[in-house]
Design a protein. Structure first.
Lengths: 703, 767
C-alpha cells in the first residue's frame, strides 16, 4: 500500500497526516521539539505508523513522498534568532537596506498604526552596518558592465567578513537580475577563501527589479538558509536510513514543493509553508466538494488568516512582509486580517469598543484559562454566552472559569460602556464578527472579486465558533466547516495533498504589437527551463500542466497586471488576443472605462508555471450516512446560550460531533461540540452534515 | 481676497458658516442632510465606520495600481477623502495630508459656483487645480471631486488628488523659480465638469492633457482618479442600501463629532498660553538674496487653538501660497502631532482651530502671485513653525511629552530633471523630480532619536524610489545614495539622518539635461532642534562640472565622495535653474531632523553606538557631543574632560569666562512644574533642571534675559552646517545658543539671522 505523508512542524505541535490513496487517512499530533525538531518529526511518523498498525520501516518503505512544512524559519525571522550574516553591495549603495526607501517606518503596518505617525519607527536593521560592505563594480539598467568588478577588493571584503565570523554572506549588486556575472564571480572568490560558507546571490534568489526588496530578500535567505540546512540534513539522513522510499519535499510559500537538499539554498521560498498548507488543504477539499471559488478562513488563537481560491487555484502574491522588511518570494496570498480567538477586547478613549490587535497569546491566555490573564478576550465572551462549556472542549482540555471571564469583561468592557456583563459579551462577539467580516470582505473585493461568487471554509480553533457571523455580510452561498478525520491537522493534510509547482520567468520589456515568433520563442525557452527543473524533483509526476503568463501594462505605467494566455498554440492572432484579455481584466479590476489604449500596451515579464500532480490522490473518505435529517441521536445537552443580541439567552441544543452522521440537519440556534473546536449555528442558519463529515452552514434567507 | 485684478476674488474659498453656505447653493440641488436620522447603535457605528476607512484605503490602491506617474507609484504623493454633502471631510487617507488640508474649501466653492450652472448631478465629477479655491496647494496638485447621489439627493462627496509631474507653464515640472506671477506658471483651473452622467468628457479631458509635456501620464492619472472615486461611490451606495442613508449619514456626523470631541478633550488637558515661532524662506525667486519671515503665535485657551500669522512678510517672488495652502500647512502638521491617536475624521479636527492672518502675505497671497512653490515653500514653512509651537505646548505637560518631536526635514529638496532620453538610440522626452529626497530625517523625540531617513511627517506613508527604478526610467546613473553621517541634528536625542545622492549621466545619453532647483533651509535651518537640540544639516545642492570620469565611460573606480569626483563645484541657489551635461555630476543632500536636548547630555554610550553605526563621525562625537571614542569604546576620562572644556568654551563665548560651570546633578526640585527638558518653574521662578540654578521669573518671559547667550559662526553647530551663508543671502547668520547661566546647558540652539528675535512664549497657566 503506497502512502503520502504531510508533516506540519508548528511552534507548539507537530501535526502529521498519512494517506493511503484509497480512502484511508490518519493523523497524529506530537509536541514540537526545538532545537532538534527532527526528533518530534520522527515521533509523529511513529504515531502515524501506529495508527496504521504497521512498523515505521514498513510505512517509510512504502511512502511515495513526504511533504513537509515548518514554521521554524518564519519564527526565527520574526524573533530575530537568525544566523550572523554579512552583506556585499555595489559601491555607493550599501545603505539601500538602511534607507529602506523611506518606507521602513510603515511597511506592513495597519492604517491605524500608520496614522499614529510619532510612534512608527524603522525596525532594527537586518544586519549592522559594519557587516555591510561595498565592492567596486557597476552594471547598468540594460545589464551592461559600466565598471568592472574589482576582484582584489572582493577578496579583501570577503576576508574581513569571514574574520568577523559570519555564518553566511548575502550578495546583492545593482542590476544583477539583468546580468549576474559579478555576483557569481563574488561567490567564487568567497569560496576561494572559505569553500563551505553559505552564500546567497540576489540574482538567484530574487531576480527582480527594485534593489531594496531584493537585498532584503537575499539577506533573509542567508539568515535562515544555514540553519534550515542543519535541520534538514540529519532529518533526511534519518528518514533515508529508516528506509524512506520517496523524496523528502519541503513546501514553499507559493504552494509547490522543493526537494530537501535544495531547500536551504532557497530557504526564503519556504517561510510561508505552513500558512499555505491551510489554503492548499482548502483547495483539495474544494475539488472534492466541487467548489470553484472559496474563501478559506483559518482562525487560531492570535491570528485570523484568509486565503482565496479562484477557479480552483489559490490566489498568489508576488511577495510578503516580515518585521517591516519585504520578502520577494511568490506566495499564496494569505491575508492576516486581524485577530483570532485570543484578541483582547477594550474600550478606547472615545468610548468605542475595540477588539485586538493585541492578543492574550498562549501566555497568559484568555482570562477564563486561569493562566493569570485579566483582560477579556473573545474566548471569554464565548464562555459567558454559553457557546463554550465550562468543562472546556471535548478533547479533554482543562475546564474554563466563567467567574474569571465575567470579572474581566465586567471591568474592561461592561462597566466602561454601562452594559451588563452579558450585553458586553454579546457585543464583543458581534463586533469581532463584524470587524472580521469587514476585513474579509475588503480582502476579497480588493483582489478584484465579488464575495457572492464564493463559498467560505472555516477552520482553526476559533473559526467554527464565529464563521456563521463573520460570513453573514459577505453574501457567500454557504460556509463549510471541515470536520472529517483531518479536522485538527488541516494544514498537514494540505501538505500531503500538495502538487509540485514551479515557475520560470524572463524579462523583456517591449511594446505591442510583439511578433508571434518572439512570443513563441520566449515560451519555448521557459518550457525547456521548467522541464529541467521538474526533472530535478526526483518524483514521478502525473498530469503536468503548464500555464503561460505575461505581465502587461499601459506603456507609461509602473505596475503590471499578470495576464494568463489561453491554452492554445501561439499564432499571428495571439498578440491582439493578449491585449484584449489585458484590457478586459484591467477594466474588471479598475472599473469600466478605465482602460487607456491610446497610451499603448507593453509586455514586461514572461512567465510559465508548471503544476505537476504527485501521482497520488489524497482524498478524504466518506463517513456513515444517517437514517434521516433528525440529529437528536447526537444531542449532548441543552444549555442556555446567547448567539444574537436581538434574541438573548435561549435554551439551545448542543450536539456531539462524533455522533453526527452524513445527512443530519441542524436548525439554528444550535452548538456542536467537536473535540478540538465548537461550531456555532445561529438563528436563521441551518447546518447539514455532508458525506465527508463537514458541517455545511446555509443562511435561511437564501433558501 | 484683495486682488488687484478685478474678478479674481471670485476664485477664492474660505471656511464659512453653514447657513451662509446653504444660502448660496442652488435650490435646484436637493441635499441629503440626514436631519431625521435616529441614534445608531454601537455595532452599526463600528461596522459602517470601518467600512468608510476601508474605502479610502482601497482608493489609494486603485490609484497606485493604475497610475503611470513616478510620483504616485513610487512616492505616494496623493490622497483621498470621503465627505458629507457640504464637503466636510469624514475620512481621509494617510498619504500626503497636505492634499486634504483644504479639500473642503474646493467642494464648498463647487457647491456655490456650480450648483445652478452647469449643475451638480448624479454621475458628474469635477476637476480642479486652482490653489486659491482649495484641494491642492499648487497647480500641480490636481483633484477630482465626485458627488454621490442617493435617491436624487446629494448625499456626499469623494475626492481623489495627486501631484502631476507636469501641467505646462514655461519650465518642465511646471515650476519656474523666475516667475513674475502666476501667469508665468501652470494655469490654475477652477472646478470643471470632466465626467458628465458617468461619461468622461473627451473635450474637457483633452483640454486638460493638452497643456502638459506628459499628456499620456496626465491622462492615465485622470482616469485613475476617476476610477478611485467611482469605486468608492459604488461601495458607499452599497452601504446605504444596506443600512439606509440616514444611518450612514449619522455615522459620518458622529465620526466628525467624535474626532472633534477627542481633540478638544486633549486640548483641555494642556496648559493655556501663547507660543511663538519665526522662520524664513530664503530667496524669494532667482537672484534674490533676502530672508522672508513667517511668524506665528499660537494661543491655546481651553479647548481651542488660534494660529495668528500676523507680521508675516508681504507676498513676493515665487514663495507664496494662498489661504488654502496656509490652512493645509496647519492641518498636515496638526494631524500627525496632535491627532495620531484620534481617527482622522478631518472635518471634526479642523473645527478646533482658527486662523488669524494679514492679507497679501507670503502665506495668504492674493491673485496673481506666483504660487507654484506654495506647498514646499510657505505652506511647509508654516507647518514647521506650527510643529514648533505645538511641541513647546506639549512639552510643558508631563503626560504629553511623548508627543513632542523636534522638526523633521524642513522641506523637500526639489530638483526637477528634464530632457530627452537618448539611451538605446531612442529619443523620449521626460520630466521628473528626483525623489530620493523623500527619505528625510525625522526630528528627535523626548525619549527617542529621530528616525533615520524616515520619510516625511506630512506624508505618513512617504516613499522614495529604488535607485534601479530611477535608472530604469531616466538616463542617470547613481554613483551613490546613502545615509549621511553627522547629518542628524545633535542633541540628547539625535535627529534622524538625511541622505545624499550623486548622479551622472548614463553613458548613452547624448544631450544635456535641464535642472530646476528649489529648497529653503540652506542657511536658516528649518529643521530646528528643541530644548537646546541642534538643527539638522543644511540642505546642499551642487553640480560638479568637469568630473574626472564623465558618464563613467572609462571608469575603473567609482567616486565615493565629492572630493573623488574631480572638477569644479557649482553651488546651486535656493531658487534657480542649471544643467547637467556629460561631464557633470549632480549632488543633492536633503534635510535631516532636528535634535532634542543638549548634545552634551547625550549618554556617552549612545554616542559610541552612533559612531560604530556610522551615524556620527568620531570628530563630531568629540567636537559636538564631547565624547571621545577610541577603537569603538568610550574613553571616559577624556570624555569628561572634553565635555567640561566645551562648557567652559560656552561660558567664555557668552562673556562669563570667569565663572566655573556649576556641576550637572539633576536635582529633585520638589514641587516644580517642568516646561521642557531643561527648564522648570518653582513657585514663579524658572530653574534649571540639571543644576538647580534659579534663572529668573517666568512672568513676561523675564528669565530669557537672564540666560547666558552666545552668537558664533554657524559651523560651531557641527560639520553638517553650511560654512558660507553669503553664497545665498546677504543677512549675517549666526549659531545662537542660550544657556543655563549656572551649568551652561544649552536650552536653545538655532542657526538664525543675527536680528532674529529671542524666544517669546507665554506659559499662561504655568505661571
Amino acid at each position: 500500500m503506497p502512502y503520502a505523508l504531510g508533516i506540519d512542524v508548528g511552534g507548539t505541535f507537530t501535526d502529521a497526516v498519512a494517506s493511503d490513496g484509497a480512502g484511508r487517512i490518519v493523523s497524529a499530533k506530537t509536541p514540537t521539539t526545538p532545537p532538534q525538531r527532527e526528533v518530534g518529526v520522527m515521533r509523529a511518523i511513529e504515531e502515524l505508523a501506529a495508527e496504521l498498525s504497521i512498523e515505521v520501516g514498513e510505512m517509510l518503505a512504502q511512502t511515495d513522498f513526504i511533504a513537509h512544512g515548518t514554521t521554524a524559519s518564519i519564527n526565527a525571522l520574526v524573533q530575530g534568532t537568525v544566523a550572523d550574516v554579512g552583506l556585499i553591495a555595489t559601491k555607493g549603495h550599501r545603505d539601500s537596506i538602511y534607507i529602506m526607501n523611506a518606507e521602513g517606518r510603515t511597511l506592513g503596518r495597519s492604517a491605524d498604526e500608520v496614522q499614529d505617525t510619532l510612534r512608527q519607527r524603522k525596525p532594527a536593521p537586518l544586519i549592522p552596518k559594519y557587516r555591510a560592505l561595498e565592492v567596486t563594480e557597476r552594471v547598468d539598467h540594460a545589464g551592461r558592465v559600466l565598471v568592472p568588478l574589482d576582484e582584489d577588493e572582493v577578496r579583501r571584503v570577503a576576508r574581513a567578513l569571514v574574520e568577523q565570523g559570519v555564518e553566511a554572506i548575502a550578495v546583492c549588486l545593482l542590476w544583477s537580475f539583468k546580468n549576474g556575472d559579478h555576483e557569481r564571480r563574488v561567490r567564487e572568490l568567497i569560496h576561494e577563501i572559505d569553500p563551505d560558507l553559505y552564500v546567497t546571490l540576489s540574482c538567484e534568489v530574487s531576480p527582480r527589479i527594485r534593489e531594496f526588496s531584493r537585498t532584503s530578500t537575499t539577506i533573509m535567505n542567508a539568515q535562515i538558509g544555514p540553519r534550515l540546512r542543519t535541520y534538514l540534513t540529519p532529518l533526511q539522513r534519518q528518514l533515508e536510513e529508516g528506509g524512506l522510499k520517496g523524496p523528502l519535499l519541503v513546501m514553499q510559500s507559493e504552494g509547490g514543493t522543493i526537494t530537501a537538499d535544495r531547500a536551504p539554498e532557497h530557504a526564503i521560498t519556504t517561510v510561508g509553508s505552513v500558512l499555505s498548507g491551510g489554503v492548499i488543504g482548502g483547495q483539495r477539499l474544494a475539488r472534492q466538494l466541487g467548489h470553484r471559488n472559496v474563501i478559506t478562513t483559518d482562525v487560531g488563537g492570535t491570528t485570523f488568516l484568509a486565503g482565496l481560491i479562484v477557479d480552483g487555484e489559490p490566489v498568489m502574491a508576488p511577495g510578503s512582509i516580515v518585521n517591516q522588511f519585504p520578502i520577494n518570494a511568490a506566495t499564496i496570498r494569505v491575508h492576516t486580517i486581524g485577530s483570532g480567538g485570543g484578541a483582547l477586547a477594550s474600550v478606547d478613549a472615545g468610548g468605542n469598543l475595540r477588539l485586538g490587535p493585541q492578543s492574550a497569546e498562549a501566555v497568559p491566555g484568555p482570562a477564563c484559562y486561569a493562566g493569570g490573564g485579566t483582560r477579556p478576550t473573545n474566548t471569554d465572551a464565548n464562555l459567558v454566552l454559553g457557546i463554550l462549556s465550562e468543562r472546556g472542549l471535548l478533547g479533554g482540555r482543562k475546564p474554563l472559569s466563567t467567574e474569571l471571564a465575567r470579572a474581566a469583561i465586567r471591568e474592561h468592557v461592561a462597566e466602561p460602556l454601562g452594559l451588563t456583563v452579558e450585553e458586553a459579551a454579546i457585543a464583543i462577539h458581534e463586533v469581532q464578527n463584524a470587524q472580521a467580516g469587514d476585513l474579509l470582505r475588503r480582502a476579497v473585493v480588493q483582489a478584484g472579486y465579488d464575495p457572492r461568487d464564493f463559498v467560505a471554509y472555516a477552520f482553526g480553533g476559533a473559526g467554527p465558533a464565529h464563521c456563521a457571523g463573520y460570513c453573514q455580510d459577505l453574501g457567500v452561498a454557504e460556509v463549510v466547516v471541515p470536520l472529517g478525520p483531518v479536522a485538527s491537522a488541516f494544514s498537514a493534510y494540505g501538505l500531503a495533498a500538495s502538487d509540485v509547482a514551479l515557475s520560470a520567468e524572463l524579462s523583456d520589456p517591449s511594446s505591442f504589437p510583439v511578433g508571434h515568433d518572439v512570443l513563441a520563442a520566449h515560451f519555448d525557452r521557459l518550457e525547456t527551463d521548467l522541464q529541467r527543473a521538474l526533472d530535478r524533483q526526483k518524483v514521478k509526476f502525473h498530469d503536468v500542466t503548464l500555464q503561460r503568463e505575461i505581465d502587461l501594462r499601459y506603456s507609461m505605467q509602473v505596475n503590471e497586471l499578470a495576464v494568463t494566455l489561453p491554452d492554445t498554440e501561439i499564432t499571428e492572432a495571439s498578440g491582439d488576443e493578449i491585449v484584449e484579455r489585458f484590457e478586459e481584466q484591467y477594466e474588471r479590476i479598475n472599473g469600466s472605462g478605465a482602460g487607456f489604449r491610446e497610451a499603448g500596451v507593453q509586455a514586461i515579464t514572461y512567465r510559465m508555471r508548471a503544476k505537476a500532480g504527485l501521482g497520488f490522490p489524497v482524498v478524504l473518505p466518506d463517513i456513515p450516512e444517517a437514517d434521516g435529517p433528525d440529529p437528536s441521536a447526537a444531542l449532548l445537552e441543552e444549555r442556555s446560550v446567547c448567539l444574537d443580541s436581538q434574541i438573548g439567552y435561549v435554551p439551545t441544543p448542543v450536539y456531539d460531533y462524533s455522533r453526527l452522521r452524513a445527512g443530519h440537519e441542524l436548525v439554528g440556534p444550535a452548538v456542536v461540540d467537536v473535540p478540538t473546536t465548537v461550531v456555532v449555528v445561529p438563528d436563521g442558519v441551518t447546518g447539514r452534515v455532508d458525506r465527508l463529515g463537514n458541517l455545511v452552514l446555509r443562511y435561511q434567507r437564501d433558501q | 481676497m484683495t486682488s488687484k485684478i478685478p474678478g479674481a476674488d471670485e476664485f477664492t474659498s474660505r471656511p464659512m458658516p453653514r447657513a451662509e453656505l446653504l444660502a448660496q447653493i442652488s435650490p435646484s440641488l436637493p441635499l441629503h442632510t440626514g436631519d431625521d436620522a435616529t441614534e445608531v447603535n454601537a455595532l452599526t457605528y463600528e461596522v459602517v465606520r470601518h467600512r468608510l476607512w476601508a474605502i479610502t484605503q482601497e482608493m489609494g490602491e486603485t490609484l497606485r495600481r493604475m497610475s503611470g506617474s513616478h510620483v504616485v507609484t513610487e512616492s505616494n504623493d496623493f490622497n483621498f477623502s470621503i465627505c458629507d454633502e457640504l464637503g466636510e471631510q469624514v475620512q481621509v487617507g494617510t498619504y500626503n495630508i497636505g492634499l486634504i488640508g483644504s479639500m473642503d474649501l474646493a467642494i464648498t466653492w463647487t457647491l456655490r459656483h456650480r450648483s445652478d450652472n452647469p449643475g451638480i448631478e448624479e454621475g458628474d465629477m469635477f476637476l480642479c487645480n486652482d490653489p486659491w479655491i482649495g484641494g491642492g496647494l499648487h497647480q500641480n496638485d490636481a483633484a477630482v471631486l465626485a458627488p454621490i447621489f442617493h435617491e436624487g439627493r446629494l448625499f456626499g462627496w469623494t475626492t481623489a488628488i495627486a501631484h502631476q509631474v507636469d501641467l505646462g507653464g514655461p519650465r518642465p515640472g511646471s515650476f519656474d523659480p523666475a516667475a513674475q506671477d502666476v501667469f508665468g506658471e501652470a494655469l490654475p483651473t477652477p472646478p470643471m465638469k470632466v465626467v458628465r452622467g458617468g461619461v468622461l468628457q473627451r473635450d474637457v479631458a483633452d483640454a486638460w492633457v493638452r497643456r502638459s509635456r506628459l499628456p499620456h501620464l496626465v491622462g492615465l492619472d485622470l482616469r485613475a482618479k476617476i476610477a478611485a472615486n467611482r469605486g468608492a461611490a459604488e461601495q458607499i451606495l452599497r452601504l446605504i442600501d444596506k443600512y439606509g442613508a440616514d444611518t450612514v449619514k449619522s455615522v459620518m456626523r458622529r465620526m466628525t463629532d467624535d474626532a472633534e470631541r477627542r481633540l478638544r478633550a486633549k486640548l483641555e488637558t494642556l496648559p493655556n498660553g501663547t507660543w511663538s515661532a519665526v522662520g524664513y524662506q530664503e530667496q524669494s525667486r532667482s537672484g534674490d538674496r533676502g530672508l522672508h519671515a513667517i511668524k506665528v503665535a499660537m494661543t491655546k485657551e481651553g479647548d481651542k487653538l488660534v494660529f495668528d500669522f500676523r507680521g508675516t512678510a508681504e507676498q513676493t517672488g515665487i514663495i507664496n501660497c494662498p489661504y488654502p495652502g496656509l490652512r493645509a500647512g496647519i492641518v498636515f502638521t496638526m494631524l500627525p502631532l496632535l491627532a495620531g491617536d484620534i481617527p482622522w475624521a478631518a472635518g471634526g479636527l479642523m473645527r478646533c482651530f482658527e486662523i488669524v492672518t494679514d492679507e497679501d502675505t507670503i502665506t495668504n497671497a492674493s491673485f496673481p502671485a506666483a504660487v507654484g512653490k506654495g506647498p514646499f515653500g510657505p505652506a511647509w514653512g508654516s507647518g514647521n513653525l506650527v510643529a514648533e509651537v505645538l511641541a513647546k505646548m506639549l512639552d510643558a505637560e508631563p503626560d504629553h511629552r511623548t508627543d513632542v518631536q523636534s522638526i523633521c526635514n524642513g522641506t523637500t529638496d526639489l530638483c526637477v530633471v528634464s530632457g530627452v532620453d537618448t539611451r538605446g538610440g531612442g529619443s523620449k522626452g521626460f520630466v521628473s523630480p528626483v525623489f530620493d529626497v523623500m527619505a528625510g530625517g525625522y526630528g528627535a523625540q523626548v525619549h527617542h532619536d529621530g528616525v533615520d531617513t524616515g520619510g516625511r511627517l506630512i506624508i505618513p506613508s512617504a516613499r522614495a524610489p529604488d535607485v534601479e527604478m530611477t535608472e530604469y526610467l531616466y538616463p542617470l546613473v547613481a554613483l551613490w545614495r546613502r545615509e549621511q553621517t553627522d547629518s542628524g541634528g545633535p542633541g540628547r536625542q539625535r535627529g534622524g539622518m538625511s541622505g545624499s545622492v550623486c548622479y551622472v549621466q548614463h553613458p548613452d545619453q547624448r544631450s544635456s539635461l535641464s535642472l530646476v532647483v528649489s529648497g529653503t533651509g540652506k542657511v536658516a535651518n528649518q529643521n530646528v532642534g528643541l530644548a537646546g537640540g541642534y538643527p539638522g544639516n543644511s540642505q546642499l545642492d551642487l553640480v560638479v562640472r568637469g568630473i574626472g570620469d564623465p558618464q563613467l565611460a572609462s571608469a575603473s573606480a567609482i567616486p565615493a565622495e565629492l572630493d573623488d569626483l574631480g572638477g569644479e563645484i557649482e553651488v546651486l541657489p535656493c531658487e534657480g535653474t542649471s544643467s547637467l551635461g556629460a561631464g557633470d555630476a549632480l549632488y543633492l543632500h536633503w534635510q535631516a531632523g532636528g535634535g532634542y536636548g543638549d548634545p552634551l547630555l547625550r549618554p556617552a554610550e549612545a554616542v559610541r553606538d552612533d559612531v560604530v553605526a556610522i551615524r556620527v563621525s568620531a570628530d563630531a562625537a568629540r567636537e559636538v557631543y564631547g565624547v571621545v571614542v577610541t577603537d569603538g569604546e568610550v574613553d571616559a576620562m577624556a570624555t569628561a574632560e572634553t565635555r567640561e572644556k566645551l562648557r567652559r568654551r560656552r561660558a567664555t563665548g557668552a562673556g562669563r569666562a570667569d565663572a566655573a560651570p556649576v556641576p550637572v546633578t539633576e536635582p529633585a526640585l520638589a514641587g516644580s512644574r517642568r516646561l521642557d527638558d531643561n527648564l522648570a518653574v518653582l513657585d514663579t521662578t524658572v530653574v534649571c533642571t540639571h543644576c538647580g540654578t534659579g534663572i529668573g521669573p517666568l512672568a513676561g518671559g523675564e528669565f530669557v534675559g537672564a540666560l547666558a547667550r552666545r552668537d558664533t559662526a554657524p559651523t560651531e553647530a557641527g560639520p553638517h552646517i553650511w560654512r558660507d551663508p553669503s553664497v545665498y543671502v546677504d543677512a549675517e547668520m549666526v549659531f545662537r545658543q542660550l544657556f543655563c547661566p549656572g551649568c551652561l546647558t544649552a536650552v536653545y540652539s538655532r542657526v538664525v539671522p543675527v536680528d532674529h528675535p529671542l524666544p517669546d512664549d507665554d506659559y499662561g497657566s504655568r505661571a
